[in-house]
Design a protein. Structure first.
Lengths: 68, 134
C-alpha cells in the first residue's frame, strides 16, 4: 500500500452487561466509552535490602456477594 | 474528543476503596492527567534517617518517562452520531495509585504513578489498628 496509513473509527452505541473487578493496579484505568489516547506509566521500586513479610495493610475480606 | 457527547445509562456503580490519583466519573470530560508519587516506609525498629522520606532522595522519582519508539505515521479519524452507553451493574473492590474509572467519552488520558516501598521486618508487621479502635 502506498502513502501513509489511515484509520477511520465510527463510535457507535455501547452496551455492557455487568462488570466486576477485584483489584487493578498502579496506573490503572477502567474506561467504558471513548478516548483519543491512553498512556499509562508506573514505576515500583523496593530496594534489595528490604525484607518483606506479610501484607502491609491487610484489606478486610470482601462481602460474600463480591467474592468471585 | 472522539465524539461530542454521550448519554450514559448506568444501572448501579459500587466501588470500595480507590487510591491517590482517583477520578470516578459518569459522563464526558476533556484531557485528564492524574499522577501519584508515593513513599511507603515501615520498619520494625524506628531508626528513621533524615532524608529517607523525601522524594529528592530517590532517583526513581526523577527518571525520565519512557519514550515512544519510532513508528510510521497513521492518520486517524473518529466520530459518529451521538449514541448511548448502557451499562449494567459495575462493582470494583480496590483500584490503585493513578486510577480513573469513567463511563463516557473523553480526550487523551495520561497517568503516572511512582511508588517506592521500603519495609524492613524480621517478623510479621504489627497488626493494623482498625477504625473502630481509634
Amino acid at each position: 500500500m502506498n502513502g501513509p496509513a489511515w484509520m477511520k473509527v465510527v463510535n457507535g452505541p455501547v452496551t455492557v452487561g455487568s462488570v466486576r473487578i477485584v483489584g487493578i493496579t498502579s496506573s490503572a484505568s477502567l474506561l467504558i466509552g471513548d478516548t483519543d489516547s491512553l498512556t499509562l506509566y508506573s514505576f515500583f521500586d523496593t530496594p534489595p535490602e528490604s525484607v518483606v513479610v506479610g501484607p502491609i495493610a491487610p484489606l478486610p475480606s470482601p462481602p460474600e456477594e463480591d467474592v468471585i | 474528543m472522539t465524539v461530542d457527547w454521550r448519554l450514559v445509562r448506568a444501572e448501579s456503580l459500587k466501588v470500595v476503596n480507590m487510591f491517590h490519583g482517583a477520578v470516578m466519573q459518569v459522563g464526558d470530560n476533556g484531557v485528564s492527567n492524574p499522577w501519584d508519587w508515593s513513599i511507603a516506609l515501615q520498619r520494625a525498629i524506628p531508626d528513621f534517617y533524615g532524608d529517607e522520606t523525601r522524594f529528592a532522595s530517590y532517583s526513581l522519582f526523577f527518571r525520565p518517562l519512557p519514550a515512544w519508539l519510532p513508528a510510521p505515521d497513521v492518520g486517524t479519524e473518529s466520530g459518529g452520531p451521538p449514541a448511548e452507553i448502557r451499562v449494567g451493574p459495575v462493582k470494583v473492590i480496590t483500584a490503585s495509585a493513578s486510577i480513573l474509572i469513567r463511563i463516557g467519552c473523553s480526550g487523551g488520558h495520561s497517568a503516572e504513578s511512582r511508588i517506592l516501598h521500603i519495609r524492613q521486618y524480621n517478623g510479621p508487621p504489627p497488626p493494623t489498628v482498625s477504625a473502630a479502635d481509634r
